[in-house]
Design a protein. Structure first.
Length: 90
């Protein structure tokens, strides 16, 4: 079995080189899996992935949001905030 997996892996790599030399590449198939597409299609897919990463990086949550604190810790946090406000250091 290991020889079959190794052979299949090398065939995939060599096939990628052959496809690349004639202007094609392995691309993600919209229905799932991979397929053969043009280099332009591959580059377009990579650009879309980069844009999605940029969009998700800009939407990072703050380190601590009050609605996400569980009930037991929320009382402690509120108490601490009140103490800080009363002491004038907040």
């Amino acid at each position: 079995i290991s020889q079959a997996v190794t052979t299949l892996g090398w065939a995939f790599v060599i096939g990628g080189f052959v496809l690349n030399s004639v202007g094609f590449a392995w691309v993600k198939d919209p229905s799932g899996g991979i397929g053969i597409g043009s280099l332009d299609e591959r580059d377009f897919q990579r650009e879309i992935i980069r844009e999605r990463r940029k969009d998700t990086e800009g939407e990072k949550k703050p380190p601590l949001a009050a609605p996400e604190i569980d009930i037991a810790n929320k009382a402690q946090v509120v108490s601490w905030v009140e103490k800080q406000q009363n002491s004038g250091s907040a």
